[in-house]
Design a binder for this molecule. Structure first.
Ligand code: TXE
Length: 496
């Protein structure tokens, strides 16, 4: 099977020299220590268009050392205001380059151009938010003995490691690396092998705006090599990971050997609960978009509809009507959705569709693949199954593709039981005109974020984000995400 990125053991004459991307370590752009590269395939047509360094454990070690020396040197000598200003400058540079970043992301990742542009703008907002917050983060003074002064300082962890997935590279870089830098940490980033290019570009911009060498290092490469080396490195003081539950377990296990903390964001199986008094005109486009955005490759995708029995058929046929006209196609044409990230993900989604049909689930509607979608791309037609039993595989497992299921419920208690009835707990949606019920049900959701009469609104830069259970632990985004990248030092001063 051809992966999107494979160790380059054969010459790829089609790759222009300017599309061979190197690591950024200590302010220098360097190849992998053993000179190896990975081919980067565009999911749009399955063709190689660039190469990245196949980073090694030695490269990770060099990056951690560069970060340590920045942390003990120039980076820590800056005031919080100076640090914040650099991040705001980077935000402006990203904003100015939003179109170029979007075009690169679209090609590398396959997402529609408008989504890629939204990601670039969100990255700029994260950098602006955290840059502006850098000098507003402060500790406490604790009343204790009258003879002592107690100050609790918020201090950075030191060197932080960031393992980033491929679905929203710019946004996840922004929420995690932006917060870590604002808090004063020096960082080492391992982007996903399938979508590293925009992160490398942003790291180059960071140098241009004057971020000190070593404060931000990027090592590309395979997860099981460069990612595993970063997770296990004894020089790392804190780790941030977003990805699959299985890899999250491996990362946390590795971090435990060094007794360091980890935030894990591991996806979800988020439900949207639609009561019979919901404003359907408002709800319907949101219900569909919540699963179609980014081709369903979104941790917070609304992948389950729970619909009150009295309106079940009506809502299913309205959603089905919308699904039937959805098209997957070339990202530059701004279709409803682009291709899946790689062939493995395409096959994973197809296998869930097969298993759903094997379970005897009924397909309420299926979208299509645009006629001009290039051969060799990793396209999947959206699918909507209804009714689907709550225990079914498609109701319980994260597909990470454009696959939606609908399940009927009777009363409020059943809705809550079903919504909370998976191993995940990332996001939930509640649709009702009853104000008391919206608050009651909203507060009963076992999810890190709950949206009422909206879903995933506003990008959520300011809102704490993270999960319960298999969705992981720790919080990113918002001010809480900034605090996560700090620890405390309590100073006890006896004065008489
Ligand atoms: O994830 P991995 P994959 C889910 C989604 C998807 C599935 C598989 O369901 O279908 O995971 O995707 C790095 N040590 N999500 O295989 O392996 C890897 O290089 C350290 C949900 O891409 O978790 C990449 O940078 N790092 C999700 C990152 O981990 C390792 C987003 C994620 O890859 C490693 C993505 C190792 N041993 C997938 N192995 C979300 N929560 O949004 C890999 N990596």
């Amino acid at each position: 099977m051809r992966r999107k990125a494979d160790v380059n053991d054969q010459a790829q004459a089609s790759v222009a020299p300017d599309m061979v991307h190197r690591n950024l370590i200590g302010g220098r752009q360097v190849p992998a220590s053993n000179g190896e590269t990975l081919d980067v395939l565009s999911p749009v047509d399955g063709k190689v268009f660039a190469r990245i360094a196949a980073g090694t454990a030695q490269d990770v070690d060099a990056a951690v050392k560069a970060a340590r020396s920045a942390f003990e040197g120039e980076w820590s000598r800056l005031t919080a205001t100076e640090r914040g200003r650099l991040l705001v400058k980077l935000a402006l540079a990203v904003e100015a380059q939003a179109d170029a970043l979007a075009a690169l992301e679209s090609r590398d990742n396959g997402k529609p151009l408008r989504q890629a542009r939204a990601d670039a703008i969100a990255l700029a907002r994260y950098l602006e938010f955290y840059g502006s917050a850098a000098d507003k983060l402060h500790g406490d003074v604790i009343p204790y003995l009258n003879t002592h002064f107690i100050g609790v300082e918020r201090v950075p962890h030191g060197v932080t490691g960031h393992i980033v997935p491929w679905n929203y590279p710019m946004q996840i870089f922004g929420r995690s690396v932006g917060a870590a830098l604002a808090a004063g940490n020096a960082t080492v980033v391992k982007p996903a092998e399938d979508a590293s290019l925009t992160i490398l570009r942003v790291a180059a911009l960071a140098r241009e705006v004057g971020l000190p060498d070593g404060a931000l290092n990027v090592v590309t490469g395979l997860g099981r090599v460069a990612g595993a080396a970063l997770a296990a490195h004894p020089g790392i003081d804190f780790l941030s990971f977003t990805g699959s539950p299985e890899t999250g377990t491996a990362v946390q296990t590795a971090a435990a050997q060094n007794h360091v903390g980890v935030t894990l964001e591991l996806g979800g199986k988020s439900a949207q609960v639609v009561f019979d008094d919901a404003d359907l005109e408002r709800a319907l486009p949101v219900l569909v978009n919540a699963i179609i955005q980014n081709g369903g490759q979104t941790c917070s995708a609304g992948s389950r509809l729970l619909i009150q029995r009295g309106i079940f058929d009506k809502v299913v046929s309205a959603v089905a009507e919308r699904f039937a006209v959805l098209r997957a196609g070339r990202p530059e044409a701004d279709p409803d959705l682009g291709p899946m990230i790689n062939q493995a993900q395409q096959r994973r989604v197809q296998s869930y569709l097969e298993r759903g049909k094997g379970e005897g689930l009924s397909l309420a509607a299926s979208g299509g693949i645009a006629a001009d979608a290039p051969e060799g791309g990793f396209y999947v037609a959206p699918a909507f199954f209804a009714p689907v039993p709550h225990e079914s595989l498609l109701s319980q497992e994260e597909v990470f593709g454009p696959v939606l299921v609908a399940t009927p419920f009777g009363d409020e208690a059943e809705a809550i039981r079903l919504a909370n009835g998976t191993a995940y707990g990332l996001v939930a949606g509640v649709w009702t005109r009853d104000a008391m019920r919206s608050t009651r049900v909203g507060r009963a959701m076992r999810a890190g974020q709950v949206f009422v009469n909206c879903y995933g609104a506003g990008g959520g830069i300011e809102l704490p984000f993270g999960g319960f259970g298999r969705s992981g632990h720790g919080r990113e985004k918002g001010f809480e995400g900034l605090v996560e990248f700090t620890t405390t030092r309590t100073l006890v001063i006896a004065h008489g």
